[in-house]
Design a protein around this ligand. Structure first.
Ligand code: C2O
Ligand code: CU
Length: 544
């Protein structure tokens, strides 16, 4: 197999958006960052040089990294950060992924600008499970703040408030026509009438779930999270932070120019109203001679708080489940977990607290807010360093209550804090029910698992019912994903086989929820055979 090598120099560069200029952290001066092209099954080496002012790590989102968590990237989970002036050579080991995945910084909030695509093509001799598109376009959705993103984080953390909503949503790094000083740089996608295009869409936004649509055109979803799906045709899609969609676009309308647009999906919290309510646009421009309508028409998008609209793709998405792309969902499971995911709030005594009613926000899984260690968990596990983490998550039995009730007693709002992980036997079959709660606010949570893709076997609104709900699981053609959004005031059930020894992070991909503690990790133990065991670390692991 060929090994491709890339150089990522993490450094600041100055960018102008919304009429003002600031320095942002980039890879190779590019924003969005460089695209990595690969073929299924390849191994890629990226030499990451930190030439910035702060610590950084890089994560390959959606790459399962078989037996090799060492270069997966989450700070203090699988490595200590790459310090300014240092270098780390990271392997990206592609195995089963095919389609669109991505990479991003996994330290502080630097991933706002440090991110890019990984495009994985079919192996030689195999092809797409759909008609080969004429060409493809990358659509990276993001967010822009006029001030430094780490300052936004610090402000939110210091006061315990929801941090500022962003100043713009972005398509390929550009806000689009509806923002000041932005029109001349709006992203344009040029098409020929009669052709079909593959759009590789990534939600790289730090906080926002997005509704995305193209005026007068339908989109056919054919893949998500680096895995193909049965075609699903829609007027709009909802894409949560961390998710990717591969979508076919047929240029079959009257030659003209059309807007594509994205807005935030947000359940306005009970006490606050935090979301970016602006609209980002780009242009689909037909080639040829015609008088374009002025202005281009905007697409239909659901109301910003339409939760039913937010589940429309999730509800109908199915994997191919055919001989070329089989479905390997575990039909029964040996480890069954119920994890509640909540936003919490602490009462404040001596702090200045700007959260709801003089409180400080926090987030938790099973009412435990994750305490990030100062030595990475992988190293602590591998070298038997004690005192870094506990291996009994959840250490106290999860509180059982009416998770999605309208009003909850204040006692549910007080999480404890700990660094607890869950041990999994090699090849155990795992089911996790992720249950949303209405503690503080019943919002959605896009939960991402490292090291394994999982099958979405069921979901619903309200409380999970362990007697009834499993009877209607989809064990035939559930979609294979790496990031699934627990719907607002609802639950999802996912299944996977713990076949990848290592330490694997699981967390909410809404950055402020991650900062507040909505995360945990799994340690998948080695199997008996040498091929079922973790590989040794590289010699250049960044020191702690
Ligand atoms: Cu996309 Cu743990 O991250
Ligand atoms: Cu969340």
């Amino acid at each position: 197999a060929s090994i491709r090598r890339h150089t990522f120099v993490v450094r600041e560069a100055s960018y102008t958006r919304l009429c003002s200029t600031k320095d942002i952290l980039t890879v190779n001066g590019q924003f969005p960052g460089p695209t990595i092209y690969a073929m299924k099954g390849e191994t890629i080496i990226v030499d990451v040089y930190n030439r910035g002012k702060e610590n950084v790590t890089i994560h390959w989102h959606g790459v399962n990294m078989p037996r090799y968590p060492w270069t997966d990237g989450p700070e203090y989970i699988t490595q200590c950060p790459i310090q300014p002036g240092s270098k780390f050579s990271q392997k990206i080991i592609l195995s089963s992924e095919e389609g669109t995945i991505w990479w991003h910084a996994h330290s502080d909030w630097t991933r706002a600008t440090v991110h890019g695509a990984i495009i994985v093509y079919p192996k030689n001799g195999t092809k797409y499970p759909f008609h080969k598109p004429n060409t493809e376009f990358l659509i990276i959705l993001g967010q822009w703040w006029k001030i430094d993103v780490n300052a936004v984080r610090d402000e939110g953390l210091a006061t315990g408030a929801d941090p500022n909503a962003s100043d713009a949503l972005l398509i390929n790094g550009q806000p689009g026509d509806l923002y000041p000083c932005s029109k001349s740089s709006t992203f344009k996608l040029t098409v020929d009438h009669g052709k079909t295009y593959l759009l590789r869409i990534i939600n790289a936004a730090l906080q926002e779930a997005l509704f995305f649509s193209i005026a007068k055109h339908k989109m056919t979803v054919v893949g998500t999270d680096g895995s193909y799906t049965k075609p699903l045709t829609r007027d709009y899609i909802t894409i949560f932070p961390g998710q990717t969609y591969d979508v076919l676009l047929e240029a079959n309308q009257r030659p003209d120019h059309y807007y594509m647009a994205a807005i935030t999906y947000s359940v306005a919290p009970k006490y606050q109203n935090f979301y970016d309510n602006t609209t980002t646009t780009a242009i689909v421009q037909y080639r040829g001679y015609y008088t374009p309508s002025s202005p281009p028409s905007l697409p239909y998008l659901p109301a910003y708080n339409d939760t039913n609209a937010s589940v429309q793709v999730m509800a109908d998405l199915r994997s191919l489940a055919n001989p070329e792309h089989p479905c390997n969902v575990p039909l029964s499971t040996s480890t069954n977990l119920i994890y509640t995911v909540s936003v919490n709030s602490y009462p404040c005594i001596n702090d200045s607290c700007a959260g709801a009613n003089g409180t400080r926000f926090s987030s938790s899984i099973n009412n435990i807010s994750f305490d990030t260690p100062t030595v990475d968990i992988l190293q602590a596990y591998y070298y038997n360093i004690s005192g870094v983490y506990g291996d009994k998550f959840p250490s106290v039995p999860p509180l059982v209550f009416d998770f999605t009730a309208d009003y909850l007693p204040l006692v549910y709002e007080l999480p404890s804090s700990a660094t607890e992980v869950r041990m999994l036997e090699y090849n155990s079959t795992v089911e996790i029910v992720l249950q949303g709660t209405t503690v503080v606010s019943g919002t959605h949570h896009p939960i991402h698992l490292h090291g394994h893709s999982f099958y979405l076997v069921g979901w619903g609104f309200g409380n999970f019912d362990e007697n009834k709900d499993p009877l209607r699981y989809n064990l035939v053609d559930p979609p294979l994903q790496n990031t699934i959004s627990v719907p607002s005031e609802g639950w999802v059930a996912i299944r996977f086989e713990a076949s990848n020894p290592g330490v694997w992070f699981m967390h909410c991909h809404v950055e402020r929820h991650l900062t507040w503690g909505m995360e945990t990790a799994f340690i998948v133990k080695n199997g008996k055979h040498p091929e079922a065991q973790m590989l040794p670390p590289p010699s250049d692991m960044p020191p702690c």
